[in-house]
Write a protein that binds this ligand. Structure first.
Ligand code: FES
Ligand SMILES: [Fe+2]
Length: 341
């Protein structure tokens, strides 16, 4: 294993996920993406905006302030900034004084599929946010769990791409006995194809109860696909499960990410004939039904990932042994992307 990877940065020319849509309401929200302090807020029309989280007057965080008429007002002396990061008002400015020319950084930001996507690089049109098309689709039931770990993002993506770590979760997760069949790799993504056995088959209305009662589960073979679509992760297990992990690397030793688990209702054709408002009601009602399960898995993974980081910090020369070639592919992709920066 190449431990130098733990010192690598991110390629900023991608869309990262910095918050959930519902986290940004009437108050500004501070987030950090790869050491950059950023403040998110909504303008008068409710459109999301992102600025450097620093008042150019005395360098305090703008996120302590308020939103006034769609502008961001600093808590300290009340200077106001528009969505372009220009100072537009100073409450005690004398008549003969002019507003200072102290523009702060504005970031390209978009709200899409329940999340806030931010582009920290130079040319936001060069690629699109990954998006989560299942988010609003009536046939998918979502659960979201926040991963917050004190570790470099490479440890998290290696965990997610290595399906041999099912050992850690025992019968907590949907699959077992994964065997790596094939890897496809280029400069943008790594796709690992595993064959696994799944515990769940979601084809009857009561199938969901398998999530809670292990005795109802029956093992059957299913393909398990995991993809590192830099900088995010997507996985499918058969037709019934899809999981995303949307990354927000905070620093060399801290990572935030959103794990989104979808259970598909596509087998319930009777359900699809019901009126759309009812289907939406059902989707919303079932939102978060796998919460305990997902949070439990995340807790187990985070513990391992943080321990790997700690050992790396204490003994960076320590040699590791690896049998899953997917991890070498992941590391090559990280190195390549960092080089592109
Ligand atoms: S520090 Fe922000 S207005 Fe003075
Ligand atoms: Fe895991």
């Amino acid at each position: 294993m190449n431990q130098k990877i733990r010192q690598l940065g991110i390629n900023p020319n991608h869309w990262y996920v910095v918050a959930r849509s519902r986290d940004v309401n009437t108050q500004p929200l501070d987030v950090i993406l790869w050491n950059q302090a950023i403040v998110l807020f909504r303008n008068k029309q409710g459109k999301i905006q992102a600025l450097e989280n620093r008042c150019p007057h005395r360098q305090v965080k703008l996120s302590h302030g308020k939103i006034i008429e769609g502008n961001l007002e600093c808590a300290y002396h009340g200077w106001q900034f528009n969505a372009q990061g220009e100072c537009v008002n100073i409450p005690y400015l004398a008549e003969h004084q002019r507003l200072p020319n102290c523009k702060i950084l504005q970031y390209p930001v978009e709200e899409l599929d329940g999340f806030i996507w931010l582009f920290p690089g130079k040319n936001p049109t060069q690629n699109q946010p990954l998006g989560v098309p299942e988010w609003d689709h009536l046939n998918y039931i979502a659960t979201v769990s926040l991963i917050h770990c004190q570790a470099h993002y490479s440890f998290l993506i290696e965990n997610l791409m290595d399906m041999y770590h099912g050992h850690l979760h025992q019968d907590w997760q949907a699959w077992t006995d994964a065997i790596l069949k094939k890897i496809n790799e280029d400069n943008h993504r790594v796709d690992a194809h595993y064959q696994a056995k799944s515990y769940y088959k979601i084809d009857k209305i009561w199938s969901i109860s398998q999530l809670f009662f292990p005795a109802l589960r029956q093992l059957h073979p299913e393909p398990l696909e995991v993809s590192y679509i830099y900088p995010h992760w997507v996985s499918t297990l058969g037709k019934d499960f899809k999981i995303y992990c949307l990354f927000c690397p905070v620093s060399l030793t801290e990572t935030k990410a959103y794990l989104i688990h979808f259970t598909s209702l596509h087998s319930f054709w009777r359900l699809h004939k019901l009126p759309i408002p009812f289907r939406r009601f059902l989707k919303n009602k079932l939102f978060g039904s796998a919460q305990k399960l997902l949070d439990g898995l995340v807790e187990q993974d985070v513990k391992m990932i943080e321990e790997e980081q700690q050992t790396y910090l204490n003994q960076p020369q320590q040699k590791s042994y690896e049998f899953n070639p997917t991890l070498a592919s992941v590391q090559r992709l990280i190195q390549h992307q960092e080089f592109l920066e």
